[in-house]
Write a protein that binds this ligand. Sequence first.
Ligand code: PLP
Length: 443
Amino acid sequence: MTATATTTGATTNAEFFARAQAAIPGGVNSPVRAFRSVGGTPRFLVSAKGAYVTDVEGREYVDLVAGWGPAILGHADPRVIEAVTDAAARGLSFGSSTPAETELAELVEARVAPVEKLRLVSTGTEATMSAIRLARGFTGRDLLVKFAGHYHGHSDGLLAEAGSGLATFALPGSAGVPADIAALTLVLPYNDLDAVRAAFAEHGDRIAAVIFEAAAANMGVVQPSHRFNAELVEIAHAHGALAISDEVLTGFRVSAAGWWGLEQGETAYTPDLLTFGKVIGGGMPVAALGGRADVMDHLAPLGPVYQAGTLSGNPVAVAAGVATLRAADAEVYRTLNTAAARVAGEVSLALDNAGVPHAVQAAGNLFSFVFGDKFVGTGAQDYASVQRQEAYRYAPFFHSMLEQGVSLPPSVFEAWFVTAAHDDAAIDRIVAALPAAARAAAS
Ligand code: PLP
């Protein structure tokens, strides 16, 4: 595909960005794409295949964004494209039930045991928003507990920022969020069970649910500490509240059963509700909430909690999700894990060689880096410490990689994503670019 086939006039990334800024707020449809935290011109992409993306100037990049997570098989995997093409030929949207929706629900339920029933929606934001309404409807309570640095989409009550001190009621995290709505959310420091206990001791009979990223990956990657999820769920249950594990990012990426599948034995936990997005749609708009049947059956039409969607369970989108989950076998996860370990290790080595103090932050095959002496050997465990890193080192690193044909997440506070198509050739290209990028980060 050529640039001129997609629009008139513009041919370079800079020209497309200028046009986009005149037509679209900030030139983007989701803020991080605007490169605000690294500066420079966003790349306007026209195609993607395997481990690579191509921009309007015809430049190819090894991609470590993977559509922000969905593309575990690699971009434009033939099995997914064929499923989507077949489904599209049979009609784009019926607004009626289809056999494939049930198949997708069954695939999820077979992989993630706490999911007894599943409801499909179109975005992760909808999934968490609906899960919270369901938890409130089920418990008859209003308060919600979340953790600083955890992202659950952009619905009002979840765009809440911590006030000062522990266990404070939140302030709006965005203009346009009513203070009264933010005040229903308690924001706690991550990996701090004492803060959780204190919040539940004080407000436990008013808390409907605690929502948490199964492993945090929206402030960079921050793994839950040993038994954090398990004890969190226990505390919530002891106070009659529900536990909502947000696996929009980790689900079907870190293992076939998501982060839940990695925490077995001593650290096992059973959330009441889970939310999914990204991989479950294989790159198309599918997300879901699922969990205990008795809770899920409170959703309309069986129960009093209203939730609906014109495009929910869209047949073309569901076809991509089914094809992706079917293809994601043990070999895919082995490849993802190997590729992630190799990339993370090579980046760390290059940073060491250039004398850049840092730590690798990993959760399964998700990883990112924190910069600064104080993280060496310890890493970062919460949002406050992640924010205290030498973030200025990332922009020159990022741009050096981009110039050398490697596309990284355009913010130090994002996870890096590999795909099963990141073979030795793709990773060798990343490795070749690292020394110069690490030197740029050192200066
Ligand atoms: N929850 C988590 C953990 C996420 O990472 C995201 C998006 O990155 C969301 C929810 C929101 O999903 P969406 O962007 O599909 O609305």
